[in-house]
Design a protein around this ligand. Structure first.
Ligand SMILES: [Zn+2]
Length: 221
C-alpha cells in the first residue's frame, strides 16, 4: 500500500527532499527493519511444519532464510516501487510500519497459520497531481507483476520435484497475489489511485496480474 493520508503530518521527515534522489532516513530504516523482521517471523511460523532438510537445525535456518527472501522480494520491493518513483518526483517519501498491523500478522500466523497483515505504507509529502499519484501507485503492483513473470519463467525451466522450484513458485504466487490484492479499486489500495489516473492502464495491469495468478493457481507451472 501507499498512503498520503493525514498521518504523515505527524511524521518527522529527518531530511529535506533532495531533487530526485533515493534517500532513506534512520527512522525509515528502523521501520523497514522492524516490518521485515516481523513479517519474516510470521512467515516462518506459517511454514514451521515444512520439511526442507533432515537436519532439524538446518531445516529451521532454511525456513527462516526462505521466509526472509520471500518477504524482501515481495513486500519490500513493492514498497520500494512506490518510494523510488515518488522520490523521482522530488517528494518526501518514506515507509512507516503499522505496529498494530505487524502485531496482527504475528497473531494470525501463530494462531490460524495464515499471513494476514497491514505492515505499513509509504507516506508521501510534496506536490503531486492525479497522474503522478497514479504512477507512484502503479509502481508497487508493477514491481510485483514483473517479479511474478520472471519467477514463472524460471519455474518453467526447473525440475518441479526440486526445493528451488517450490520456493520460486511460492515467490511467483506471493507476488501475483500481493500485486492483485493492492489493485483493488477502493481506498486505501493502490488500485483506487490508478483508476483515478487511467482506466485503460488499470485494466491492462490488473489483467496481467490476473493471468499470472491464474497460471500459478491452476498449476500450469
Ligand atoms: Zn502499494
Amino acid at each position: 500500500m501507499q498512503d498520503s493520508a493525514d498521518g504523515l503530518r505527524r511524521v518527522d521527515p529527518g531530511y529535506r527532499a533532495a531533487r530526485g534522489k533515493i534517500r532513506f532516513s534512520k527512522t525509515e530504516v528502523l521501520h523497514i527493519a522492524a516490518a521485515i523482521a516481523v513479517l519474516s517471523i510470521a512467515f516462518s511460523l506459517i511454514m514451521r511444519d515444512s520439511y526442507l532438510d533432515p537436519d532439524p537445525t538446518k531445516n529451521i535456518i532454511l525456513i527462516v532464510g526462505m521466509s526472509f527472501m520471500l518477504v524482501v522480494c515481495s513486500f519490500l520491493f513493492h514498497e520500494f516501487g512506490h518510494k523510488f518513483v515518488a522520490q523521482r518526483y522530488n517528494t518526501w517519501s518514506e515507509f512507516r510500519a503499522y505496529p498494530a498491523g505487524l502485531a496482527m500478522a504475528l497473531f494470525f500466523s501463530l494462531v490460524i497459520g495464515v499471513l494476514f497483515a497491514a505492515p505499513g505504507a509509504v507516506y508521501i509529502r510534496g506536490n503531486i497531481d492525479t497522474a503522478m499519484n497514479g504512477k507512484i501507485s502503479l509502481a508497487g503492483p508493477a514491481v510485483n507483476f514483473v517479479i511474478a513473470a520472471i519467477a514463472i519463467g524460471v519455474c518453467l525451466m526447473l525440475d518441479p520435484s526440486t526445493l528451488i522450484y517450490s520456493i520460486i513458485r511460492m515467490l511467483a504466487y506471493l507476488n501475483a497475489f500481493l500485486g492483485l490484492f493492492n489493485m483493488l479499486p477502493i481506498m486505501p489500495f493502490d488500485g483506487s489511485k490508478i483508476v483515478r489516473w487511467s482506466i485503460p492502464i488499470y485494466v491492462i495491469t490488473a489483467a496481467i496480474g490476473a493471468v499470472e495468478f491464474i497460471i500459478i493457481y491452476t498449476s500450469v507451472v
